[in-house]
Ligand binder design. Structure first.
Ligand SMILES: [Zn+2]
Length: 318
């Protein structure tokens, strides 16, 4: 659930809905979905990757929901700073193609757009924290993982102890899984994140309940890791991780209407429908697959030496 905007709809929620949402947790894919996506990816780590990582399935699974544990009002600064990491409203940045590879260039473009937007067209909708920062946090954690893999390789080559860097790698790998999983949930990529907004010719629900119903209540009651583990294949090395990740986000955004159509047909109610099961297991598998591909790519790329500190930045990716 996206707490920052969740507040807007809170007053309109009935007490019953509130109790349901609280009882199923406040995380994208819910606790169960995040654990399952990380677990399935970890179980597919190939033998060409370090053995300590293949053995860390329990730790990596635990870390799936970790960033959702950072969203309590009891840690205000933390909650405030990272709330926007869980989503991106791609409809709001359709004019910005390709997305810039660094977050500060992204901020600058959004502030320019905001300044050029008339007051009647909700310029604040272009604030970075409203649009969301999904692909940026993901690539930043990916970068941490790759740097840690490189450190591991160097220490191993120098016959130095590696236990501490192993712990860092496991943490980064598990943490990365959270955002990659969020992005496979179509409602984390859209302005329609929790109830259809704007023109609605198909009569999709406008209630602020579909997000939690789909990703938390339905998944927790009906799907386990084994239901989608078989859909995940051996990892692929990604030639351009940022571009591939943005394409993955756009693919997920292309399925927003599917979620609403399934909800309208009762697919996520109770035991749900076969179509809802098929759709959801494939989205969960897509999350595990992208996570596995990113781990594998970070590992492979970490074999190359780090660039010198003042090397010029690579050109923007397409
Ligand atoms: Zn999240």
């Amino acid at each position: 659930m996206r707490n920052r905007r969740f507040g807007r709809g809170l007053v309109s929620l009935g007490l019953t809905a509130l109790v349901v949402l609280q009882s199923v947790g406040a995380g994208a894919w819910g606790n169960e979905g995040h654990v399952a996506i990380n677990r399935v990816a970890a179980e597919h780590i190939p033998t060409t990757m370090p053995r300590f990582l293949r053995r860390a399935v329990v730790e990596i699974a635990y870390l799936g929901p970790e960033p959702d544990r950072w969203r309590s009002p009891s840690e205000f600064a933390l909650k405030n700073a990272q709330e926007a990491d869980h989503y991106i409203d791609l409809e709001r940045v359709s004019w910005l193609d390709p997305l810039p590879p660094g977050r500060y260039e992204f901020y600058r473009k959004l502030y320019e757009k905001r300044a050029a937007t008339p007051a009647t067209d909700h310029p604040d909708d272009y604030l970075p924290e409203r649009v969301g920062l999904q692909p940026y946090i993901t690539m930043e954690v990916y970068g941490r993982l790759k740097a840690a893999f490189r450190e591991y390789r160097q220490r191993q080559a120098a016959h130095q102890p590696t236990q501490a860097v192993q712990q860092a790698i496991i943490f980064y790998a598990g943490w990365l899984g959270h955002y990659v999983a969020d992005a496979s949930q179509p409602l984390h990529t859209t302005i329609h994140y929790n109830g259809w907004v704007g023109p609605n010719p198909n009569g999709y629900t406008t209630e602020h309940t579909i997000h939690g119903q789909f990703e938390s209540a339905y998944v927790a009651a009906n799907i386990t890791a084994k239901d989608f583990a078989g859909l995940v294949k051996s990892p692929e090395r990604l030639d351009d991780p940022f571009a591939r990740y943005v394409a993955y986000l756009k693919q997920s955004n292309g399925m927003v209407e599917n979620v609403y159509a399934l909800e309208k047909a009762g697919g996520f109610t109770g035991k749900g429908s076969p179509a809802a099961f098929d759709f959801t297991t494939h989205r969960l598998a897509a999350g595990s697959q992208m996570l596995l591909d990113l781990w594998y790519t970070a590992w492979m790329e970490s074999a190359s030496a780090a660039l010198p500190e003042h090397a010029p930045a690579p050109p923007p990716t397409k």
